[in-house]
Design a protein around this ligand. Sequence first.
Ligand code: GDP
Ligand code: MG
Ligand code: K
Length: 322
Amino acid sequence: RRTINVALVGNPNCGKTSLFNVASGSHEHVGNYSGVTVDAKEGFFDYQGYHFRLVDLPGTYSLSAYSPEELYVRKHIIEQTPDVIINVVDAGNLERNLYLTTQLIDMNVRMVIALNMYDALEHSGNKLDIKGLSSLLGTPIVPTISRTGKGIEELFHVIIGLYEGADFMGQKEEIQNEALRQLREWHDAYVEDHSYGSHGEEAGDIASQAFIRHIHINHGPELERSIDLVKKEISKNSSIRQTYSTRFLAIKLLENDKDIEQRVIASLPNARDILELRDKEAQRLKESINEDSEQAITNAKYGFISGALQETYTDNHQDTEM
Ligand code: GDP
Ligand code: MG
Ligand code: K
């Protein structure tokens, strides 16, 4: 029996622990995170012939090295390499929540977005084009209501698809199609059992999202040039290419991330060249775009999010339709 390692990553209060409870049948306390020590809870359960290990990580707004929670979550992702990450997103706070999503995309992890608090979005009258946002992010999105459990089975179907898709990656198309066919089957059965409503009508859609294309957040030409150069220097070490996303490392170095600097110094023989190049590029960016690279990266990410939401989100209260 195969174990799928899954981790819950998201902002504080987006519904991670509620999702953890409903999926794992546990009764962890749901409330404000108030522990002195930063830790994670794990739960185990079986579903659709798979064994799951689900880890409820502390809430974070970002994956920088600024707080114990951020460091903890990042360390978990880097060192425990979960098979699939559930990025829990509060549908009522998309702009802020998606910032973390853009950092997960940099890390090149296999993930699915649980668009949680979906009930609140529906009641608000605001409209989100889920398929559109999903394709802009290159990430499957499943609407969920953790508090009631709605959408959770669907979420785990997509997780199985992502997991199987990984196994089949680089393999023959027939094998991929077979995985997709199976996923569709599970999905259709689920929809029939639960009369899932409007989402269910597009039964195959969420299933096929599991094999969604891979994207990069575009940080603009100047930054991308620096990211590429630093990334190339890092990639000279073939060992690191297997453990980390070199793009993520390059971005973090350009953000002056001390923890990643330490990891680079500790593990890469050309660390000195890498950091020198980073300094040179940071200086070049300062002159060409008149911003320090850390700020520029943050701005570029918010720019991407705002563009994506402009295309896919309609705020009921600012209806300017003519
Ligand atoms: P965490 O901080 O991410 O672990 O979030 P919690 O699971 O502790 O949830 C925070 C609050 O949101 C709790 O009061 C939950 O009952 C509530 N909540 C969680 N999921 C949902 C949901 O899908 N819809 C609504 N309306 N409330 C939710
Ligand atoms: Mg919690
Ligand atoms: K909480």
